[in-house]
Design a binder for this molecule. Structure first.
Ligand code: IPD
Ligand code: CA
Ligand code: CA
Length: 263
């Protein structure tokens, strides 16, 4: 696998897709909801995924593509080279705010994350990593994350997990929210992962994420020493939805041990 070549190709594809998304605001955007009213998809999510697939297939016919909108391959294993793509992560923000959404892409070889990209399209902020070669924010190398105690930590968490819900005990999470320095919720798992990797927040936790939400961000986060697991402390398998946490090393352990109890 020629990582340098694929890296240059992926970066230029992502920038071109970002341009397509930005100019889409000058045309009509059709919004549909999927299974639930808060699960949105637009014609732009679909067009951008098709654009990626066409270009990847032209250049790397032997690679497989696992994309949110389903135009790629049916993926049952991560054998070979697989591109895990979310054409727009944060579609609700795309529709409601016209900002705070990202293109998220991870390129895995036999299940190992080799290349990771998160492009915050409207901020023009580009995060990327090559396995073993460090993570970068707009081409500046990100430093390794240091340990931060919970009292000084800003935690990315959605308020819906801190009220009674069917997935996780909310009482310990109330305690977590009370004890940490502050909480944030950006509405794009990819951006939240990028923020942990770049030290803007110290942890991000979610009860339900898909492989394409986290595949790119995991490569970036791991390069700066962040810990990425599901909420049972296992490595995410990236073949279906699961719980997820990314955090600075000591904080990851503290949060899993003391504040997260799955139902
Ligand atoms: C969603 C966003 C959101 C997260 C949801 C995801 P989408 O992705 O990442 O922050 O809470 O679970 O599904 O649907 O906008 O690509
Ligand atoms: Ca997503
Ligand atoms: Ca999406």
């Amino acid at each position: 696998m020629n990582l340098g070549y694929i890296d240059r190709f992926a970066k230029s594809l992502i920038r071109e897709a970002g341009h397509k998304i930005r100019i889409s605001f000058y045309s009509q955007i059709d919004v549909e909801s999927k299974a639930e009213a808060n699960d949105l998809v637009t014609n732009i999510d679909k067009e951008v995924e098709r654009f990626f697939i066409e270009r990847i297939r032209e250049n790397f016919p032997e690679h497989k593509i696992f994309g949110e909108e389903g135009f790629g391959d049916r993926i049952e294993t991560l054998d070979g080279v697989v591109w895990l793509l979310d054409p727009i992560d944060g579609t609700m923000n795309f529709v409601h705010q016209k900002r705070n959404f990202a293109i998220s892409l991870g390129i895995y070889q036999d299940g190992v994350g080799m290349l990771g990209y998160i492009y915050d399209v409207m901020a023009d902020d580009f995060y990327h990593a090559v396995k073993g070669e460090g993570a970068y924010f707009n081409d500046e190398r990100l430093p390794l994350l240091e340990v931060t105690p919970l009292e000084q930590a800003v935690i990315g968490i959605n308020a819906s997990w801190v009220v009674p819900n069917r997935r996780v005990e909310h009482e310990p999470l109330i305690e977590l929210v009370a004890k940490c320095r502050g909480t944030r919720s950006y509405g794009s798992a990819a951006i939240e992962l990028a923020y942990v990797a770049s030290g803007r927040i110290d942890a991000y936790v979610s009860m339900r994420l898909a492989p394409w939400d986290i595949a790119g961000g995991m490569v970036i986060a791991q390069e700066v020493g962040a810990v990425t697991t599901n909420l049972r402390g296992e490595t995410p398998h990236l073949l279906g939805t699961d719980t997820f946490i990314v955090a600075r090393p000591g904080l990851h352990d503290d949060m899993l041990r003391h504040y997260i109890r799955l139902k």
